[in-house]
Design a protein around this ligand. Structure first.
Ligand SMILES: Nc1nc2c(ncn2[C@@H]2O[C@H](COP(=O)(O)OP(=O)(O)OP(=O)(O)O)[C@@H](O)[C@H]2O)c(=O)[nH]1
Ligand SMILES: [Mg+2]
Length: 196
């Protein structure tokens, strides 16, 4: 649900990075924060637990240029991946405009990826939203792992129809971080243009 501020000529969008625990969601936001020039970003906020795992979310506002004279401000959020923080996850999805699903390439996380995707669909359902109707891309992270699953293998589980854009990434090295963000932002803007 994008919000438009006509007097400030500003459009705000909410992009949520979703995925299982430790898949690399926070790493994505940190890397984006570190690589975007100062005037294009706001403060990154992380609400973490004592063990430094995300409890509520990470948040990063980003200005991505102008569209039809309107400033576009993207609000990037991550959710806590750990299974028991579902109420936080659900809350963060409120008003979501687009999703980057961060999948872990480790063989022993295949099931956790699938469960997280199922959980995403369930939580979207609470807002009467369907993943298929939302701008949505998959980032296949941790491609540097020596035993990383093949792209086809993960895709067959997370996107059996082969219709979702998939991007390979090593978020920890800032590889494949910008592409999924650009892709989902483009889809979000296209969707807004269709509605206008
Ligand atoms: N090998 C490898 N490790 C990565 C990569 N990206 C992130 N990591 C590591 O994975 C661990 C978890 O990363 P986070 O970004 O905190 O994961 P998260 O998805 O935010 O985890 P939660 O907030 O607990 O859901 C950290 O130790 C990262 O350094 C990558 O591309 N390759
Ligand atoms: Mg995190």
């Amino acid at each position: 649900m994008s919000t438009i501020n006509f007097s400030a000529r500003e459009i705000n969008f909410k992009i949520v990075y979703y995925g299982c625990g430790l898949s690399g969601k926070t790493t994505n936001l940190k890397q984006i924060y570190d690589h975007v020039p100062g005037d294009g970003k706001g403060e990154m906020v992380s609400l973490q637990t004592e063990d430094e795992r995300t409890l509520f979310f990470d948040f990063l506002p980003l200005d991505l240029g102008k569209v039809n004279g309107f400033k576009t401000r993207f609000h990037l959020y991550t959710v806590p991946g750990q299974v028991f923080y579902n109420s936080s996850r659900r809350l963060i999805l409120r008003g979501v405009d687009g999703v980057v699903f961060v999948a872990d390439s480790a063989p022993n996380r295949l099931r956790a990826n699938a469960e997280s995707l199922r959980n995403l669909r369930e939580n979207l359902d609470e807002y009467n939203l369907k993943l298929g109707d939302l701008p949505y891309v998959i980032q296949l992270n941790k491609r540097d792992l020596p035993d990383a699953l093949s792209v086809d293998m993960v895709r067959s589980v997370l996107d059996p129809t082969g219709t979702v854009p998939v991007f390979e990434a090593v978020a920890a090295e800032f590889r494949g971080v910008v592409e999924p963000l650009k892709a989902v932002s483009k889809l979000v803007l296209e969707k807004l243009a269709q509605k206008a």
